[in-house]
Ligand binder design. Sequence first.
Ligand SMILES: CCCCCCCCCCC/C=C/C(=O)SCCNC(=O)CCNC(=O)[C@H](O)C(C)(C)COP(=O)(O)OP(=O)(O)OC[C@H]1O[C@@H](n2cnc3c(N)ncnc32)[C@H](O)[C@@H]1OP(=O)(O)O
Ligand SMILES: NC(=O)C1=CN([C@@H]2O[C@H](COP(=O)(O)OP(=O)(O)OC[C@H]3O[C@@H](n4cnc5c(N)ncnc54)[C@H](OP(=O)(O)O)[C@@H]3O)[C@@H](O)[C@H]2O)C=CC1
Length: 256
Amino acid sequence: MFTDRTFIVTGGGSGIGRAIALALGAAGACVVVTGRTPEKLDETVALLGEQGADGIAVPTDVRDPGAVDALVEAAVHHYGAVHGLVNNAAGNFVAPGIDLSPNGWKAVVDIVLNGSFYCTRAVARQMRNQGTGGSILSVIASYAWHGHPGTVHSAAAKAGVLAMTRTLAVELAPLGIRLNCIAPGPTETKGAGAALWADDTARAHVLSSVPAGRFADPTEVADASLFVLGDRASYMTGECLTLDGGQWLGKQVYGQ
Ligand SMILES: CCCCCCCCCCC/C=C/C(=O)SCCNC(=O)CCNC(=O)[C@H](O)C(C)(C)COP(=O)(O)OP(=O)(O)OC[C@H]1O[C@@H](n2cnc3c(N)ncnc32)[C@H](O)[C@@H]1OP(=O)(O)O
Ligand SMILES: NC(=O)C1=CN([C@@H]2O[C@H](COP(=O)(O)OP(=O)(O)OC[C@H]3O[C@@H](n4cnc5c(N)ncnc54)[C@H](OP(=O)(O)O)[C@@H]3O)[C@@H](O)[C@H]2O)C=CC1
């Protein structure tokens, strides 16, 4: 289903982004992984190579719109076209909003909301030029709609990404470009562990909020992402697929 298609995956050097990149590669796609740390991207490309898949690393800071344009140009230069984008790059930490500095707010909003817009805009322009259509997936979180104490920057930014997705889904549908979100629940990654549940108490607290009683594995998020990105979801746009073990429906997110 993904053969002869090229996908850009931001934050593709770790965690969920790497799992999505590897799943896309296993399904036949050419994968352009991006992020700020070249070594992590090179590791993903090596893993793609081990499974017989084709991928390249293009280090980019998604906060820089010029660098994002250059990322898309590099993908086109190497593979000839771009058919999909996964907005996965993110920053996060726990801080009460009242104590958050303007720069702390900006650090997260710049990566999550502004970065996702710059990437979406650049890739959609390329798809328009190609006349091919395409599929864009943004990784958000259910606190985009219910909020969460301690992560006002990320919750607000993810809510912005959801609104961006729904708005552009309508604008870009005539061009054959679909935009959707996926909202994973707590997922076992080093990045989220360090940012959100760094000690055993915090980890147990997060776990207690998940009716399914466990964290997600990044491969589970990747499997669902491939469904949304691929042709089996060809009439799905402006939507958000939640896979969180029942966490937000359980309404225990705010418990102490
Ligand atoms: C209680 C929460 C439980 C929630 C459970 C809900 C279910 C799960 C849903 C989870 C959804 C989302 C998950 C994720 O997003 S996980 C992704 C985690 N990965 C990363 O964060 C990787 C990338 N991270 C970073 O790059 C950095 O952490 C950062 C975002 C900070 C950006 O780095 P940068 O180098 O650009 O920024 P600086 O270090 O220069 O800092 C900029 C300002 O931010 C302030 N800051 C940074 N860390 C903290 C902190 N821990 N507390 C307060 N303030 C912080 C820093 O001081 C700078 O501000 P000032 O200049 O004013 O000092
Ligand atoms: N794990 C979880 O529980 C959940 C995660 N999510 C979302 O899933 C996505 C992946 O998170 P996860 O895998 O857990 O965490 P990671 O920390 O592993 O992933 C974040 C990635 O973003 C990249 N990144 C950060 N800042 C930038 C930047 N300015 N430019 C380009 N790349 C950047 C990082 O690479 P580098 O630092 O090298 O740039 C890293 O690869 C995020 O969008 C997160 O919000 C959603 C719900 C739950």
